[in-house]
Design a protein around this ligand. Structure first.
Ligand SMILES: Cc1cc2nc3c(=O)[nH]c(=O)nc-3n(C[C@H](O)[C@H](O)[C@H](O)COP(=O)(O)O)c2cc1C
Length: 497
């Protein structure tokens, strides 16, 4: 059953014992907060999702905070109505590969759209009070991380929807000691529109609009049906509509409603909608921002939007999350699309690919359904390494650490992967160093390009399949009881150990 909105998803989590309400006071203030520590506590141990209702130093005590909803692979799978990681990947990759099963969104009347229950007009907007603000760790600003951004290609009109975060400039510390002007603090937001080279699609729309001398309208929808956030985090080919893809994931059309001040349509059941227009040639310096590879980015420069309208539900909910050394709440929400971009591409041409797992630290593992003599040909593992680096989508080409394993290795278990490397790999023969790979834009070990972030870097591919027929005629038998045998002895000794 597809979810109507984020609330239905939270209800399912609660019924499943995976969501708790917490009214203990939690500090969320700039420079004095407990949210990073709370996320660590929850995520290091696959902890539950929370609704926090008693935040100290919060500008909107009437708005409850959704916390850690995506904090496990299982909960992330539930966003698209699946039972576990592999199930969700099979579904996501199958839908991604087949646009014929996507659904066109439908447009509903404004009076049927809960996101329109409260409308704040441009002249009345004051972001210090109209949007919730919570702070994490040593971050210099309160970031909006739970939104999908919607723009239209200024040339073709094609829609793009992507997860792009924003910086709230109110009460933020400028990394170079300057003050953000009051108008920027109360009426503007800065958008992370140029991450993810070779260019996020919102960045491409903005670059086109700038070249054409046209303003670019944008709308951000916060806390939608979670399938929409999964679709927004997926790198569809440029020009394809993530709302149609979200319809495919849901098995039903996404319901949209017309915006108030821009010619865009947004999910009708979102908690908050922020409408705006990019300010031509605007540049705002921001930082610290804590990033998903576990470091603070001290300075980044992004464009600003002028907010032209905010609409929201009568009793809205807010969601906040942060990145740090993994694991953190939304790493699995971001990883599912990354895994499936690679999986859907590989499975189309290589049926022996069973699973693609990307760990929170961005090690890519490809599990095959065959190994040893059943491999289609010698050096098949190395063929897979090249196939990942050459795969469709944004992410396969960024695989810095890439490992191929057989069906008896658990791709979710680092001990199992390490065992395969230790017993099936000769480094000189079974690894490939790719000296001209694409770096992940946030990898601090890669040399920075001329525009300030890394673009190229080297990569290592490890073929951890059994080297039959490459070097041996057969491989030694594995020594391991079956899980059934372990379960049987556990049952026999129940209560005695
Ligand atoms: C919670 C979350 C936050 C993200 N933040 C950003 C961001 O600020 N900027 C960005 O370029 N990509 C961000 N991403 C990744 C993009 O959403 C993802 O690469 C997506 O495919 C981009 O869409 P596009 O290919 O249509 O540009 C984020 C992903 C998630 C799940």
């Amino acid at each position: 059953m597809p979810y109507k909105d984020m609330r239905e998803f939270l209800d399912v989590l609660e019924k499943d014992g995976q969501l708790k309400h917490i009214d203990t006071p939690i500090k969320v203030e700039h420079g004095d907060n407990e949210l990073q520590a709370l996320m660590r506590l929850l995520c290091q141990d696959d902890g539950p999702a929370l609704i926090l209702t008693n935040l100290e130093g919060y500008n909107r005590p009437d708005v409850p905070l959704i916390f850690n909803p995506f904090g496990t692979r299982e909960r992330t799978a539930m966003t698209i109505d699946c039972k576990g990681p592999l199930d969700s990947k099979k579904k996501h990759a199958a839908v991604l590969s087949d646009p014929s099963i996507w659904h066109d969104p439908v447009v509903v009347e404004k009076d049927k759209a809960p996101c329109k229950e409260v409308i704040i007009k441009k002249e009345d907007i004051s972001l210090d009070k109209d949007l919730p603000h919570v702070w994490f760790g040593k971050e210099a600003a309160s970031y909006i991380t739970g939104a999908v951004g919607i723009t239209h290609d200024p040339e073709t009109g094609a829609r793009n929807v992507g997860c792009y975060r924003m910086t709230q400039l109110w009460n933020a510390v400028h990394p170079q000691g300057e003050e953000y002007p009051e108008e920027h603090q109360k009426k503007h937001l800065s958008v992370f529109a140029f991450w993810n080279p070779p260019m996020s699609h919102i960045g491409l729309h903005l670059a086109k609009a700038t070249a054409m001398g046209k303003p670019l309208e944008v709308a951000f929808a916060c806390q939608c049906d979670p399938a929409i956030h999964i679709a927004g985090g997926t790198g569809l080919p440029f020009g394809q509509d993530e709302f149609q893809f979200a319809g495919g994931l849901k098995g039903a059309p996404v319901e949209l409603v017309q915006c108030e001040t821009v010619d865009l349509q947004v999910p009708a059941t979102a908690e908050y909608i922020i409408e705006g227009v990019f300010i031509p040639e605007s540049e705002t310096t921001i930082g610290n921002h804590s990033n998903p590879v576990g470091y603070y980015d001290s300075i980044q420069v992004f464009p600003r939007i002028e907010v032209t309208c905010i609409t929201h539900r009568k009793n809205p909910m807010w969601y906040a999350t942060m990145e740090m050394i993994p694991p953190f709440d939304h790493n699995y929400q971001a990883l599912l699309p990354v895994e499936c971009e690679v999986l859907s591409d590989l499975q189309r041409k290589i049926p022996e690919v069973q699973d693609v797992v990307v760990t929170p630290n961005m090690t890519y593992i490809v599990q095959l359904s065959v190994d040893g003599a059943r491999k289609p040909h010698a050096e098949f593992g190395k063929y897979i390494l090249h196939a990942v680096w050459g795969s469709a989508g944004r992410w396969g080409r960024c695989a810095k650490i890439l490992i191929v394993v057989g069906p008896d290795v658990d791709p979710y278990d680092m001990d199992s992967i390490e065992w395969a490397i230790a017993t099936r790999v000769q480094p000189a023969e079974d690894t490939i160093i790719n000296e001209s790979g694409q770096a992940f834009v946030l990898d601090p070990s890669a040399t920075k390009g001329h525009h300030g972030f890394p673009v190229t870097g080297s990569q290592i591919g490890i073929d951890a399949t059994m080297k039959v027929p490459e070097r041996f005629e057969s491989y030694q038998e594995v020594s391991m009881p079956t899980q059934e045998e372990v379960d049987a002895i556990a049952e026999k000794l129940k209560g005695k150990l």
